[in-house]
Structures are given as structure tokens and as C-alpha cells.
Design a protein around this ligand. Sequence first.
Ligand SMILES: [Zn+2]
Length: 229
Amino acid sequence: MTEHDPRCPCCVSVEDVKFSPWRGSSYDTSPIGIKILVMGESTYEPREYEAGQFKREYECLGSSWFPHKNLLAYSEGLWSDPHFASKWIGLFLDRPPRDLEDRKRVVNSVAFWNYADVMLTSSGKPPGKGDLKTANRKLRSVLAALQPRLVVFLSTRLWSNLAEGCDPFDQDGVKETELYEMFEMKDQGLNFLHFPHPRGRYWKNDKVRSKFKSAIAKLGGKIPSDWER
Ligand SMILES: [Zn+2]
């Protein structure tokens, strides 16, 4: 087991949040010009884990370990290209990542967090009701800590939950935002892109990439020209 530095600057400790959000080293000064938080659904145990391994690691290394470990493993090439992360990283490159440099430049420029703050035993499962009920309250704390301008919300399944449970977001705004469109919280300078899960059937690379690009432009950002080479 590799040690995790408790002062790691990429892991943002947020009260009551089990899995600390990842904050890339250039998130605050992003070459894109705006701060972007990418959000998945939930964390799940890696398939190769033995029984009890996650619990031991969590007890030993704490809340910062998993998001960091996952993104680090990915950007160091431990996962193959059709991976979940390659899909959303393609939004930033307008194509799939070709090499580790592509993976790293995007991972280092964004923040990442999973909306349901829970470890599931396998992928493809929905989080439990209790975890969804508290998800918005935790999300508010994460948003306060990271101050993003854009949240790329990668889940059709959990979208409506933004308007439910504890501390819900604008009910009408959430309901009226069609898939692939942007929900603007004007008073807070915060925007949510309602995107599908990258492994689901609604994910169409052309569609999500062009929608992402126009959302960024609308908010005054721009993908650096050398990223799309
Ligand atoms: Zn860390």
C-alpha cells in the first residue's frame, strides 16, 4: 500500500464528506479560464480488491485516498482507454486521450467528485436512498470549498435528485433542464451541465463534446488550442 501524504494539496478536506474531492494542481489557475468540477455518480470497489481491503485502506489512509488514487492510477496509465475517465476527458480534448500527457493535463486542470458520497461494492448500482438524501447537503459543502463556475454532472439517473432530499437546488430549474443542456444558478455564478453517464447509451461523443465546448465559450472559457492537436 502506498502512503498518502495527509497534507496532499490535491485532496480537499470537506467536513462530513467521506471521499474528499480531487483538486488538480492547476484547477485554480486553469488554462481553460474557468474552474470546472466534474462529477460522477459514486465510488465503487475496484474489481481486483479482496474482501476487506477497501475498509483497511480507508481506515489507514482516510478520506483523501480514493478519488486521488483513482485519478492517479488513471493518469499513470493503469487503466485502459475505454475507461469512464477517458470518455469525459475527451470532452476537453475534442477527441479521446492519446497518451498519458493528455490524461494528465486534463486531470490536473479540473476538480472531480462523486455525487453520492458512498463506496458501493460494484459499478452500475444506484446509491441507496439515505446517501441520496444527504447528497445535496454534501454537494453544497464541496461547492463552497471548490467554488467552480461549471459543474459537469455525469448522470441522467441522479439528475433529478439535485432538486430532492436535504438542501435541494432550484426545483423548477432542475426539472426544466433537458439532457445535454445547462442549468444556470444566476445568483451564484454557478452552472450545471446535465450530461449522461459516460458508459450509458445516451453518451454520444459528438453531441456531448459540442455541447461542452459551447457551454465553456458561453462562460468565457476556452480549451487551449494545443490540447486539441
Ligand atoms: Zn491526495
